[in-house]
Write a protein that binds this ligand. Structure first.
Ligand code: NFE
Ligand code: MG
Length: 569
């Protein structure tokens, strides 16, 4: 039995440590630990709920707007504010832009190098790379001279000892399987995606003033004026600019991202049988298509239990609790109990070993993440959960068509989705579905302008004197990494309690009081590890979730600042 420690896991947001027992070249057990405490939930206590979104948004710099919208929705739910149609559409466009941007950055810049060997790309024949690229897509940047140029640029970097962002990986590891030409094509697209993401997120600059952390949210609506007769407002020029960015986005996603996912996946088909994890999936649903308290949702809500795609359960938010049996917190009701987020407590209490240490005591508490549970069961959330729910829902959109296309190209059935590769494929499909629909929401804004509906805020509930003296609200959003909820208790105009239960907390949380592992922990069991001192395969499955510990924990230990450490005991 070999004990592996990966700390910190890199190419993620925040600080994640994983310990695993490997026997016979396979992971037998794994523990996921967030090594960072933050405490935004505590910072919010006593504040004006109309300001909460500005603070909450700073939970993360990767999924930048998601805590703003969720906070706004929680407060609106508590005080009864109803945003007008323009605000709904503006929010849908901003959130979809976030998810599309986030997914592209994840695939190319955070995850691809687990599958693509940059050093091997140097051996590629540019002419053969061109043939390969043209066989999978009609994307124009595909000539022999283009790929020769990319190869020469990387070669020059390496010869000068300047691998830079490519410096720290397991190049030459036997689990890398792409031929040099596929590696070169993927590296070229890695570089193109850097440029793409900068152009695409301009949507946030257009509608929210900046990225990260757009500034145009407002309880009851949005602070983006809509007026075709004003140069200072969202007008027909903005509509045209949005349409252009969205069209460019659709072009890149359908002609580069999707073909790359299919091409890379074709070399790693065995990863459709690795990394499934707990097999239950939850989506809150999102992107309201109508106004009011119970809108139609573009991304459907539901739960898939135990990999059974023939049934879809409904989500009852009242069944959500957080446990802390293995988390560095105290509960007034006892550490073996779960608490509803409305009654949630954030009382940090570190009882782990004093750093530096070799191992966590996983029989006791071992993470700053809590363990969220639905009806006392762990749930995987994220693009795969949403895609499975939409697939089951017979979603009239393109989800089912696109998923079936991906499965056909892999020669696999739907059970292949319950896997590491399934997460990657689902994220790509979701990106395509969202970017295809963004133009429709932009058209919705233009239509409203044409009929002179310029409303952007319901200000009837702006004054705290219009609020109940004591009220509770919950807000939900499908963030890039999955189902996100904020719960707020407001009394006499101020926040009494604020709890965030975040996608990476659902996925990366530790075992609960009953010993049930969280999704990361379960998904690593059965993962092959060819070279324990270079646990590339562990990174593949972890990265397939797109971890974000900043969100998950919501004071960094400044005494322990190593860049990377992998130990085999
Ligand atoms: Ni910080 Fe986040 C997303 C949220 S996390 S990245 O997506 O909420 O899990
Ligand atoms: Mg929380």
């Amino acid at each position: 039995m070999t004990h592996i420690v990966v700390d910190p896991v890199t190419r993620i947001e925040g600080h994640l440590r994983v310990e695993a027992e490997v026997d016979g070249g396979v992971v037998k057990e794994a523990w996921s630990s967030s090594t960072m405490f933050r405490g935004i939930e505590l910072i919010l206590k006593g504040r004006d709920p109309r300001d909460a979104w500005v603070f909450a948004q700073r939970i993360c710099g990767v999924c930048t707007t998601v805590h703003a919208i969720t906070s706004i929705r929680a407060v609106e739910n508590a005080i009864g504010a109803v945003p007008p149609p323009n605000a709904r559409l503006l929010r849908n466009i901003i959130m979809a832009a976030q998810t599309v941007h986030d997914h592209v950055v994840h695939f190319y810049h955070l995850h691809a190098l687990d599958w693509v060997d940059v050093v091997s790309a140097l051996d590629a024949d540019p002419a053969k790379t061109s043939t390969l690229a043209q066989s999978i897509s009609d994307w124009p940047l595909s000539s022999t001279s283009y790929f020769a140029g990319v190869r020469d640029r990387i070669k020059a970097f390496i010869e000068r000892g300047q691998l830079g962002i490519f410096a720290n990986a397991y190049w030459g590891h036997p689990a890398y399987r792409l031929p040099p030409e596929a590696n070169l094509m993927a590296v070229a697209h890695y570089l193109e995606a850097l440029d793409f993401q900068r152009r695409f997120i301009k949507i946030h600059a257009l509608l929210g003033g900046k990225n990260p952390h757009p500034q145009s949210f407002l309880v009851g609506g949005m602070a983006t004026p809509v007026d075709p007769d004003s140069q200072a407002a969202l007008n027909m020029d903005t509509i045209a600019a949005l349409h252009k960015v969205v069209a460019d986005g659709l072009d890149f996603v359908s002609r580069v991202y999707i073909p790359d996912v299919l091409a890379i996946a074709s070399y790693y088909k065995d990863w459709t049988t690795i990394g499934a994890g707990i097999g239950s999936y939850m989506a809150y649903g999102d992107y309201p298509e109508s106004d009011g308290a119970h809108p139609e949702l573009f991304i459907p809500t539901g739960i898939i239990h135990n990999r059974d795609l023939s049934k879809r359960d409904t989500v009852d938010h009242g069944k959500i609790t957080e446990q802390i049996a293995h988390s560095w917190y105290d509960y007034s009701v006892g550490d073996d109990k779960g608490l509803s987020p409305f009654k949630g407590e954030t009382a940090p209490h570190y009882t782990g070993p004093k750093p530096p240490f070799e191992r966590l005591d996983v029989a006791k508490k071992y993470s700053w993440l809590k363990s969220p549970r639905y009806d006392d069961k762990p749930m995987e959330v994220g693009p795969l959960a949403r895609t499975l729910v939409a697939y089951n829902a017979g979603h009239p959109s393109r989800t089912k068509i696109l998923v079936d296309k991906v499965l056909a190209s892999l020669g696999a059935g739907p059970e292949a989705l319950f896997s590491t590769l399934g997460r990657i494929a689902a994220r790509a499909v979701e990106t395509q579905v969202l970017v295809e629909n963004m133009g429709r929401w932009v058209d919705g804004l233009a239509d409203n302008m044409a009929r002179r509906d310029y409303r952007i805020q319901d200000n009837s509930k702006w004054d705290p004197s219009s609020w109940p003296s004591d009220c509770f609200g919950a807000g939900f959003h499908e963030a890039p990494r999955g189902a996100l909820g904020h719960w707020v208790h407001i009394s006499k105009g101020s926040i009494v309690n604020y709890q965030c239960v975040v996608p990476s907390t659902w996925n990366a949380g530790p075992r609960d009081a009953g010993g049930q592992p969280g999704p990361y922990e379960a998904s690593l069991v059965g993962t092959p590890v060819v070279k324990p001192e270079q646990p590339l395969e562990i990174l593949r499955t972890l990265h397939s979730f797109d971890p974000c510990m900043a969100c998950g924990v919501h004071v960094v230990d400044a005494t322990k600042r190593e860049l990377a450490r992998v130990r085999v005991a």
